[in-house]
Each structure stands twice: as structure tokens, then as C-alpha cells.
Design a protein. Structure first.
Length: 342
């Protein structure tokens, strides 16, 4: 057992709360350090972990004295200090932190801030949610039970609301002081310790991924749940600023420069498409029996469609008017050669 001293713990908390941002700690193993530095936290790896009692997310502690028990145990012998980008839309059961973030520790107050009035009414009127258990922490030393009740109810019965809460801060009997970060890209490592948190060295993370990447599944679930629910498959991150999505066996793309609310780039879904565009902004897709080239103009930020030989067809927004929906292929155009008007 290698517990950090209480005095040192208090000094860390003072430093963290007064700095720009909120810091948490996460135990890991040596073999994971390179990937964390290159790509930050990825839902594709963590979501498969069978220990995610509170659902997929980055599990961390915000107080080392209780949250990180030893340097050679379950969590690994390395300890990462990580910065949480934002505590916006977190449900916070720690009254001190909740007061700093919301100016009010009430859970009901927090939920009213997180959800729209319509969503809030859906929440409190649900027969699947024990609202008093979620909000009433007067006689509950371990607020993990409150958080678990809320998380499970949302995941199982109100998934459209689940994605609006970005994380949870609570205290558990076995887990200690927990910060669960639901959006995998809302946190990135800044320091590393090999001695259980007594000393930290800088941890250099690639800003392109760890600081600026997007957790597509989380953000799409929050901002366009109807599209998210309809998809058969989607990636966890962008490649060359694009992410292929699949619905009913047909393909389309999300573009990083386009809001999630606007959905995919094309009004027409393609029979086949590669995983992403190349670094020149081009992509060869199959529509029925026709091969088409999609092109993103780097200056106008508009998408255009060309035949495989490079002949211009149309603006991508207008592609539907060139397609026969019954066959999902290009319409056959015929011309009347007897017309002498031209």
C-alpha cells in the first residue's frame, strides 16, 4: 500500500482548483502510454472493458488519497495526471466542486441547467426514474448509488437524454472519489507519476488528437440522436476530417467542418465508399453501377460531384435530383435531336 500523504493531497487539490481547469488522475500500464500520448483516450478501447459499471467512459479520481490505492494493483503502476477540458453538463455530487461549477450544489438545479425544460419534464415524469433517489443525498454517504440510478435509467429507458450529461462526479464505497468522463475527448494527460503520485513529470500528448480530436459517437448521440440511432455502423474518430457512416447497407460521410445537427454530407447514400477521403479532398464512391468522385473544394468548402473521367456532374447538395430513388443510380437522360430551336 502506497498512499499519498494527506498534506500533499490537500496541496494538490489547492493547486488544481485554483488553476485554469480541473485535474483528475488515472492509473494505467506502461504498454498503454504510447497510444495515450499519440491519440488520447479512445472509446474503441475503453468501451470494451468489462469493468464499466457506470457505462463507457474515462474513469478517474479527483482525490488520490482514496481513489488510487497502490502502485502495483489493478490500475497499473503508472499514474496519469489529466486535464478535463470542461465540467459543463456534469452531474456533480461533490458539493464543493458543484458550488464552484454551478454556484449551487443541488442536483435538481444541475439537471435543470443541463436539460431543456421539455427534457427536464420528461425526466421527472418518467416511471423508470427514481427522481428522489437521484437528487436526495441527505442520508446517502455514498453518492455512487445516486449516480448509478441516474445513469442506468437513462441508458436503458431514455437514451436520447443520456448523451446530454457529459460526466459524473461522486463518491463510492469501493471506488473512492470518482470522476467519470463520458466524452472520451474531454480529457487529456498532462503529467505522469511512477511513484503513486508523489512526483509527476510532464507527459507530452499529441495536440492533434488528445486536445483537438472529437468523440464522434458521443457528440452525434447528443446533437443528432435520430441519425445516431438509425446507423448500423460508425467510427470513433475522424480520419482526414471525415468519418464513414453506414445505414441499411449504404454509406455516407460526416465531415468535421459540418455541425452534427446537419447530418451527413450527401442527400444520397452510396452503395459503396471507402473509409474516408484522401488528403486532397477526393473520394471515389459507387452509386448503382456508376463510379463517382466526390470532391471538397478547399477554398469554398463546398462538395462537388464528378464522373469517374473527371467530367463535372453537380454540386453534392443537388445530387438527389440526378438519382432515380427506386434503383439508387443515376437517371438516364435522353435528348430530342429533332428540336431545331438551337
Amino acid at each position: 500500500m502506497n498512499l499519498i500523504s494527506e498534506a500533499y493531497n490537500k496541496a494538490l487539490l489547492k493547486e488544481d482548483f485554483e488553476s485554469d481547469g480541473f485535474y483528475v488522475y488515472h492509473g494505467t500500464r506502461r504498454e498503454f502510454l504510447d497510444s495515450l500520448g499519440e491519440a488520447g483516450f479512445e472509446r474503441i478501447f475503453t468501451a470494451a472493458n468489462g469493468g464499466n459499471m457506470y457505462g463507457p467512459g474515462v474513469y478517474s479520481t479527483y482525490r488520490l488519497a482514496r481513489g488510487y490505492q497502490n502502485t502495483n494493483g489493478t490500475y497499473g503502476s503508472y499514474l496519469l495526471k489529466m486535464k478535463v477540458k470542461s465540467l459543463r453538463n456534469f452531474v456533480i455530487y461533490d458539493k464543493d466542486i458543484a458550488t464552484k461549477v454551478y454556484k449551487n450544489p443541488s442536483i435538481d438545479f444541475q439537471l435543470r441547467k443541463i436539460f431543456t425544460p421539455e427534457q427536464y419534464r420528461e425526466l421527472i415524469s418518467s416511471r423508470y426514474i427514481d427522481y428522489d433517489k437521484i437528487c436526495n443525498t441527505r442520508n446517502d454517504t455514498y453518492t455512487s448509488t445516486c449516480a448509478l440510478s441516474l445513469i442506468q435509467s437513462l441508458m436503458n429507458y431514455h437514451p436520447n437524454l443520456y448523451y446530454y450529461i457529459n460526466g459524473y462526479i461522486f463518491f463510492g464505497h469501493n471506488d473512492g472519489y470518482v470522476c467519470l468522463i463520458e466524452d472520451f475527448k474531454n480529457v487529456y494527460p498532462v503529467g505522469i507519476s511512477k511513484d503513486g503520485g508523489n512526483t509527476f513529470e510532464p507527459f507530452n500528448a499529441d495536440e492533434k488528437y488528445s486536445k483537438n480530436d472529437v468523440d464522434i459517437k458521443w457528440q452525434l448521440g447528443k446533437r443528432n440522436y435520430a441519425l445516431y440511432k438509425s446507423l448500423d455502423d460508425m467510427p470513433y474518430h475522424y480520419t482526414n476530417n471525415f468519418a464513414r457512416i453506414v445505414k441499411d447497407g449504404k454509406c455516407n460521410f460526416l465531415y468535421r467542418g459540418k455541425p452534427f445537427e446537419e447530418g451527413p454530407i450527401s442527400p444520397v447514400w452510396f452503395n459503396e465508399a471507402p473509409e474516408t477521403f484522401n488528403n486532397k479532398g477526393n473520394c471515389l464512391v459507387l452509386l448503382g453501377g456508376d463510379k463517382l468522385i466526390l470532391h471538397l473544394d478547399s477554398k469554398t468548402k463546398q462538395f462537388y460531384v464528378y464522373y469517374e473521367d473527371g467530367t463535372y456532374l453537380c454540386n453534392l447538395n443537388d445530387l438527389a435530383s440526378f438519382v432515380d430513388p427506386s434503383t439508387n443510380s443515376l437517371k438516364t437522360f435522353t435528348f430530342d435531336d429533332t428540336d431545331d430551336d438551337f
